[in-house]
Write a protein that binds this ligand. Structure first.
Ligand SMILES: Nc1ncnc2c1ncn2[C@@H]1O[C@H](COP(=O)(O)OP(=O)(O)OP(=O)(O)O)[C@@H](O)[C@H]1O
Ligand SMILES: [Mg+2]
Length: 261
C-alpha cells in the first residue's frame, strides 16, 4: 500500500525529525508507530500521508504512483491536532466536508455522517460549533471527519489520546471493524498500553528519528531492554507476568490465563 525508502526530513529550524526511515505497509495491515515524544512519529505519519514532502528518500503508493495528491481520496490522515479538521460552523459540516469535497451524493453524505457520529458518540453534538467541544470530543470529531471519507488507508496520529474509557472502547471496536473490512490502519502512539488492541506490527522509532526495530506487536512489547533504550516501558500486564511463556499482552489475556490456572 505504501512503500518508503530512506525517508529524511528536517524542519526549517534545522531539527532532524526523520533520518533514513524505511517503511513498507501491506494492504490490510494494522501497523503502529511507537516512540518517545519527539521521535518523529507525527512527522513520519504526515510524510506517509503526503502532507509533508520529505527532503530525502522515495515514496510509492498502492504500487502505482509516487504522487500523493493523486491518491488523496484513498488515504485519510488524522494529524495530532484536532483543530486541523474542525473549521466549519458546525460539527455536522466538519464531518460532511470530506465526502462533499469528493462529490458524494448529499443523501450518502448525510447517511455516513449520521452513522459515524452515532458510533463515536457525537450525535447530540452535530449542531454545535466545533470550538465549543471538550478536548476529547474534539478528538472524536476529528477522527470522525477522517472516517466519513471512506478511505482505503487510515493514518491516525494518537487517535485515543484525551478520550475517555467508554469512547476508547467504541473507537477500538470501530477500528477493528474497519480492519476486518480490509482497511489498512497506521496509528501512532507514545504509549504501549493500548498497542495490542491497535496493531499487529510495530515500528519502533528512537529519539533520533530512526526506526530501530520492526516486528510483531508481541515481540516488541515484551522486549523490555529495547523499549527502555527508547525511553519506553512495556504495558503493566507484561511487567506483571514477566518470565511467563507466553506473556499476556492485555488484561483480557491475563484474566484468561489466571482463570485457566
Ligand atoms: N514545526 C516544527 N518545527 C521545528 N521542529 C519541529 C516541528 N515539529 C516537530 N519538530 C521537531 O521534530 C522532531 C519530531 O517531532 P514529531 O512531532 O514528529 O515527534 P513525535 O514522535 O510525534 O512526538 P510526540 O510523541 O510528542 O507527538 C522533534 O524533535 C520536534 O521538536
Ligand atoms: Mg506526535
Amino acid at each position: 500500500m505504501i512503500e518508503a525508502i530512506g525517508l529524511g526530513y528536517s524542519y526549517p529550524d534545522g531539527t532532524t525529525a526523520l533520518d533514513g526511515v524505511d517503511v513498507r505497509i501491506e494492504r490490510g495491515e494494522r501497523v503502529a508507530l511507537l516512540g518517545p515524544n519527539g521521535a518523529g512519529k507525527s512527522t513520519l505519519l504526515q510524510v506517509l500521508g503526503g502532507l509533508i514532502e520529505p527532503d530525502a528518500g522515495s515514496l510509492h503508493y498502492f504500487g502505482e504512483t509516487t504522487d500523493a495528491d493523486s491518491v488523496r481520496d484513498r488515504l485519510s490522515v488524522l494529524t495530532q491536532n484536532p483543530a486541523d479538521y474542525l473549521f466549519n460552523p458546525t460539527v455536522r459540516e466538519d464531518l460532511a466536508y470530506g465526502p462533499t469535497q469528493q462529490d458524494a451524493p448529499q443523501r450518502d453524505v448525510d447517511r455516513r455522517v449520521e452513522a459515524i457520529a452515532e458510533r463515536l458518540g457525537l450525535s447530540s453534538l452535530l449542531s454545535k460549533p466545533p470550538f465549543r467541544l471538550s478536548g476529547g470530543q474534539q478528538r472524536r470529531a476529528a477522527l470522525a471527519s477522517a472516517l466519513t471519507v471512506d478511505p482505503e488507508v487510515l493514518l491516525l496520529d494518537e487517535p485515543l489520546s484525551n478520550v475517555d474509557a467508554a469512547n476508547r472502547s467504541e473507537i477500538l471496536d470501530l477500528l477493528a471493524e474497519l480492519s476486518n473490512d480490509g482497511i489498512t490502519l497506521v496509528t501512532s502512539t507514545p504509549e504501549t498500553e493500548l498497542l495490542p488492541h491497535l496493531a499487529d506490527r510495530v515500528l519502533l522509532l528512537d529519539a533520533g528519528g530512526s526506526v530501530v526495530a520492526s516486528g510483531p506487536t508481541r515481540e516488541i512489547l515484551t522486549d523490555t531492554e529495547l523499549l527502555a533504550d527508547c525511553n519506553l516501558r512495556p504495558p503493566q500486564v507484561v511487567r506483571l507476568f514477566d518470565g511467563d511463556d507466553p506473556i499476556p499482552l492485555t488484561v483480557e489475556e491475563a484474566r484468561r490465563r489466571l482463570d485457566g490456572s
